[in-house]
Design a binder for this molecule. Sequence first.
Ligand code: ZN
Length: 271
Amino acid sequence: MPEIPDLEAIRHYLAPRLEGRTITKVAVPIPWLVRTGADEFQTLAGHRFVEISRRGKFLQFQLDDERVLTINAMLTGRFHWVEAETKKPGQLAVVLGFDDGHELRYSDMRRMGRFYLTEADQVDAIPQFEKMGPDVMAIDEAQFTALIAKRRGQIKNTLTNQEFVAGIGNAYSDEILWEAKLHPHRKRSTMDDDDIHRLFEATRSVLERSSAAVSSIVQSEGIGRKEEWREHLTVHRKASEPCPRCGTPIKGQTRGGSETNYCVQCQPLFA
Ligand SMILES: [Zn+2]
């Protein structure tokens, strides 16, 4: 599932390419992904995107007429920026053609992505937005500390809970907790001020570093071949490889189809 670094890289890749381009063609081969209606979606023709932003795991494309296209790529949504004649990918769901001959395409193998075209002041009515916490990159340490004080459960569950802060998923929570030397099952109530401080710092540094790493790959390779870029990760999906800090084999635990990885030496459950 794409997380902040993947979405930031896609955003930075698309923003200069979409600038000043008018939408000339709209096609919705898998119409039910557009939750606000495929007919309404046709009204994008003739308009331009003026800005792309991100909130949690959602990309938001601001239009030149006070409307916003909000997209959640979920597990397998991919964005493509190609010339119109380029061969179509499997499970092509949405196509926007532009006046320079390019197409912004969205494909989704598991067809779980969601598109919402709304007025800018109706964005909060999008399902999940009402309960969603602030984007984790948009808050400072004091806000982070205040929000986490209200949480009691295991820290990995908290970090990946979009109602706490938005944007962190399974992969980057493992990376952040390894960097902060915190066990994923550690209860927040057992963490002291220094633990919380390290967690905030690790969150910032891992996400900033990874966003830069993914952006640089995407600038040279383009965006359409993957939905997430994970080559640079330190512990996630590295079970039984040596911990880069201490050499202990990384532990892997699978629960509900998603894997948690950590170092039993560097990330003790009881400090
Ligand atoms: Zn270690």
